[in-house]
Design a protein around this ligand. Structure first.
Ligand code: NAP
Length: 254
């Protein structure tokens, strides 16, 4: 990666939560243009939302684009990469961040709950990586960061679907890192611990307290804690890293 050069990034599920923090950090650190691809239900005004994020970033010259796409659909991932080519002139960085939870004990889990989590959390990573890798291979440069979870490393009762999807993301990351290394496309994963977003907002005080007993740093993470590590992996400082899984979790998994 060239020091000082400006890059173009796609962040799936980048309109809010961890994805938005990643989008903003990349824009502040090393990107000239960033695109979030999202479903944004029910607020469908992508242009307005992109303009608001651009204003929030507040750096002249940085462009923010929004593109409506369901990450679980391959043709919509291809359409996003095409839109990135048209609007930003290409794609150098891909962050596969879109994700959902549909928690239930396996005894009660429906097939729909299992399938939706696998499709949105894991198949989306296949969709976007496959769509974005061709231009990256051609230009002999790319950085891909996949957002997994500590749950993919250690499991969690009530989350067989989620843990399977995130463990899948980790296996996918290592395999594609081996396939693309010779083309200067580095692929790494981050395994966040408990981060304060809508996804964890459903936890009650008792559940939070119980979770924090397993976190040596004794606090939940903020989206920015993840965003900074993504930006590191997309910076020249990480040029010699590929196929790695970094746990950013306050010390939960060690
Ligand atoms: P969040 O606040 O719920 O945001 C999830 C994002 O994904 C939203 O922008 C959402 O879009 C988008 N999304 C959902 N389904 C989509 C689809 N089919 N196509 C495209 N985008 C879709 O969650 P978060 O906490 O920021 O999570 C971000 C990532 O971090 C996820 O992969 C999650 O598994 C992972 N993670 C989170 C934690 C945590 O503690 N928060 C821990 C470990 C890993 P809409 O706005 O349209 O719904």
């Amino acid at each position: 990666m060239e020091e000082g050069r400006k890059y173009r990034a796609i962040v799936t599920g980048g309109s809010r939560g961890i994805g938005k923090a990643i989008l903003m950090e990349l824009a502040k650190r090393n990107c000239e243009s960033v695109m979030f691809s999202d479903i944004m239900v029910p607020d469908d005004d992508f242009e307005k939302h992109a303009a608001e994020i651009q204003k929030e970033i507040g750096i002249e010259g940085v462009k923010v684009y929004g593109f409506k796409a369901d990450a679980s659909k391959f043709d919509e991932a291809e359409a996003t990469v095409q839109a990135a080519n048209e609007k930003m002139g290409g794609v150098d960085i891909l962050v596969n961040n879109a994700g959902i939870t549909r928690d239930n004990l396996l005894l009660r889990m429906s097939e729909a709950e299992f399938d939706s989590v696998i499709n949105i959390n894991l198949k989306s990573v296949f969709n976007y990586t496959k769509a974005a890798m061709k231009p990256m291979i051609k230009q002999r440069f790319g950085r891909i960061v996949n957002i997994a979870s500590v749950v993919g490393l250690i499991g969690n009762p009530g989350q067989t679907n989620y843990a399977a999807s995130k463990a899948g993301v980790i296996g996918f990351t290592k395999s594609v890192a081996r396939e693309l290394a010779s083309r200067n496309v580095n692929v790494n994963a981050i395994a966040p611990g408990f981060i304060e977003t809508n996804m964890t907002a459903k936890l009650n005080d008792q559940q939070r307290e119980a979770l924090l007993t397993n976190v040596p740093l004794k606090r939940m993470g903020q989206p920015e804690d993840i965003a900074k590590v993504v930006a590191f992996l997309c910076s020249p400082d990480a040029d010699y890293m590929t196929g790695q899984v970094l746990a950013v979790d306050g010390g939960m998994v060690m």
